[in-house]
Design a protein around this ligand. Sequence first.
Ligand SMILES: Nc1ncnc2c1ncn2[C@@H]1O[C@H](COP(=O)(O)OP(=O)(O)OP(=O)(O)O)[C@@H](O)[C@H]1O
Length: 488
Amino acid sequence: MPPLVRSDSLQDIDFTLRRRFNKESFRPNQREIILAALEGKDVFVQAATSFGKSLCFQLPAVIDRGITIVISPLLSLMMNQVKALRESNIDARTLNSTLPLPDRDYIYSDLATGHPLTRLLYITPELCSSSHFRIKLKLVHQQKELARIAVDEAHCISEWGHDFRPDFKRLSWLRETFPDVPIICLTATANELVRKDVLSTLGMDKDAGRLKEFYMTANRPNLHLEVRFTSDEANDRFDDFVTWLKGVYERRGGNEERRKELEEKGERVENVSGIIYTISRDETETLAAALRMEGIGARPFHAKLTKEEKERTLGRWIKNEVGYDVIVATTAFGMGIDKDDVRFVVHWRLPKSFEGYYQEAGRAGRDGNAGYCFLYYSREDRDRVMSMLVRDGGKGNKGEGGEANRKARIKSHERLVEYCEMTDGCRHEFICRYFGEGEKVVECDYACDWHKEGSAGLKRRMKAGLASEEWVCTQREEGRFDECYYSE
Ligand SMILES: Nc1ncnc2c1ncn2[C@@H]1O[C@H](COP(=O)(O)OP(=O)(O)OP(=O)(O)O)[C@@H](O)[C@H]1O
């Protein structure tokens, strides 16, 4: 089959950036990535959260002829991106199970013409497996109108990635069926194993000359990383957090001058946007209610809320409305949340995986200003999570590779525990090493607890906060940590 007809207007990218995306200039490496995509290369992008990965496939989609299919794991993520693109007058759409029938019909008939008007079509991997969709996509391809496939949050393809979804594996169909169509995939959180798995599943590893890989640092120097030590007995997270947040409010509106400044900017004293991640739906509800009793505008967010409730909560939080300052969420509120002024992300309990932790922490400080990320760590939670992972490996443990997958999950959890109990190094550096950046020296400008307190201070705090290993061990032997309810 002859190659697709490509745009010859590579020089248009600066114009398109300004005119269509309303952005002044490219961030480092965005231009190179976009040029590689426009050249028709397969592209793999690994870059920190908030780097601006979406633009790397959105801008080529606007310049190139034909349609770009974007595979994305989360409906909320798709809807946010589609909304933003449509506001820029770009014909982006999403095809998913929640879409009203007339809208679905429109998209299918647009595809059926073979020359769709839609520039970017966002779909889930599940939809990509449906024969109805596949037939239509083949038709578009026959007309040489299938410009590119973009796979966002590509770590979900890998059984070793923390958000693995089995249907992602079936995406291998794309390269098998459309060998001439370039693929671009993007992720913030992949280690070596995950990267290899993604490239081989998508068939991008067959021709080295066709593939361009871009690896940027995982480092987010504006995130202030801290571990707060606690135990079942102390059970002090709530008081600690409320004291901290009220302290922040006090500093913001402590004197007349500051209050005036805020007023002029149209901000409230309590308008300190944040996310608390916890592990179960019940806890999101009870914790948000308890915080409201303290006068903190907190709302729960989890998978079982209705679509309307989710949209309302998300919308009001994004607009900084009164009563919607803090979202108390399960992991259902994660990848792709793009609010730029989130000032803190708190992990109420130990997350399951290292990648999940960093992905979630990455929701803070997307405007480049400081974002405060702290994680409450207890050895009891460590053992609860471990017993759950040993028991069933968490979700995605079915089928081939199940055992290897379970081991990888346990390993990721162990590294997170190591991170929490580490007292002799920079947290940013630990994270970058975890994602394979061995050689580079990370700049940390007092943006982690180790840099602020030093080893001795950190050790002291850890000893005072954590339950002793002996005690936890006795409890474990009595089966105290066998029950652990994670829900989304
Ligand atoms: N060149 C640019 N100039 C200014 N803003 C940009 C530029 N590129 C991207 N952005 C903005 O940066 C923000 C983050 O971009 P995006 O959502 O694509 O991040 P991401 O890399 O996908 O992060 P994550 O992995 O956390 O989802 C968005 O609000 C986007 O509009």
